[in-house]
Design a protein around this ligand. Structure first.
Ligand SMILES: [Zn+2]
Length: 353
């Protein structure tokens, strides 16, 4: 049977801030908490494990403020990360999908696994439910992010005194309660992909959603390389997957976001976006989404394109102006210098006479 593993992590970070942080290991997991839900989202089990830290052996003040944890408890009750993680994976079972509040936990969990030399047993792509996103899709605009306690309050889920927030198991418990109470069937198709590991070679990931498609590229060294790659910059219809002719070619909305407009002979206007993201190993990857667009949106894109074009022209003009001015000033300075030399020569000549 397929289970949902709703989990939450508590982590610690360098007490000295970024300077004292270890590369690729900004957060050290100190607690794993999870509830297991059956297919009908009813709880069937729970898991809690404290981890004794080895990297950041002092609690960051913010962490000790919000969690109940202290170093002594972690040392006394915690186990090494590898052991805790093995226990967690065994408890998860065979068939499951992870559910988290927000998109950070799976990435940080894998960073910790890699740091301790563990192999990552998860499938590729690693799909999961970001319940914070699903909550927003159902009750908000799909973008606004609510904190866990806000959502708990909105859904009038009773907060139990012995279950305060910011304990891994309690946060997992409330996330599970939200999942149980939501009309999950309505948003169930909006699965998320964890980007810690990226596709390799031509095995890019294509995810199909009710109203859009998402393409996740492999890793590239730099943005320009990603944008020049045909597999990234081709636009494919989100309905029939046919390759499309572009009506407005790719242009930048900002250095990390590109947009274009294409036409499908069968489905009409298709708007595509490329988002450039940093990869774990310091390169970049591209996420391209495509959805059907109406005339109003097409007009908006066209206006935006003109606006960006104008901005670029102005920038270039300013640049030319600046360079011209610098050149003129240099010439003037050189001229003055030459004049000076000349007048000095003249003086010398006069003195000779
Ligand atoms: Zn089509």
């Amino acid at each position: 049977m397929m289970h949902y593993i709703v989990f939450d992590l508590e982590w610690n970070q360098s007490p000295k801030g970024k300077e004292g942080a270890v590369d690729h290991f900004p957060f050290e997991v100190i607690e794993i908490g999870a509830v297991k839900l059956d297919e009908n989202r009813h709880p069937v089990g729970e898991f809690r494990q404290l981890i004794s830290p080895t990297v950041y052996t002092q609690l960051h003040y913010k962490i000790s403020e919000v969690t109940h944890l202290d170093m002594e408890t972690l040392r006394r009750e915690g186990v090494p990360f590898e052991i805790g993680m093995e226990r967690f994976l065994t408890w998860c079972g065979e068939m499951y999908r992870f559910v988290t509040w927000g998109s950070m936990d799976l990435t940080e969990l894998q960073r910790n696994m890699v740091y301790y030399g563990m192999e990552i047993p998860f499938p590729m792509p690693l799909l999961y439910y970001d319940l914070q996103k699903l909550y927003s899709l159902q009750y908000r605009d799909g973008k606004e992010k609510l904190s866990l306690d806000q959502a708990v309050e909105e859904l009038q889920i009773p907060v139990e005194e012995e279950k305060p927030f910011h304990h891994a198991l309690d946060d997992a418990y409330y996330t599970g309660k939200i999942m149980e109470k939501m009309e999950f069937a309505l948003v169930k198709e909006f699965v998320s992909m964890d980007y810690y590991r990226l596709p390799e070679g031509d095995d890019e990931v294509i995810l199909t959603f009710p109203n859009y498609t998402k393409f996740v590229s492999r890793e590239f060294e730099v943005k320009e390389e990603a944008l020049a790659n045909k597999r990234v910059n081709d636009v494919i219809c989100c309905c029939c997957h046919r390759m499309l002719r572009k009506k407005i070619r790719w242009f930048a909305l900002n250095p990390k976001l590109y947009v274009c407009l294409a036409i499908c002979p069968e489905h009409g206007l298709v708007r595509s976006k490329i988002r450039i993201k940093k990869s774990e190993s310091g390169g970049v990857f591209a996420i391209r989404t495509s959805k059907l667009a109406d005339e109003a949106e097409a007009k908006l894109i066209s206006e935006k394109r003109n606006e960006m074009k104008q901005k670029r022209t102005e920038k270039n003009r300013e640049k030319r102006h600046r360079i011209g001015k610098q050149r003129a000033e240099r010439k003037k300075a050189e001229g003055q210098k030459a004049g000076q030399i000349k007048s000095e020569e003249k003086k010398a000549e006069e003195q000779k006479r």
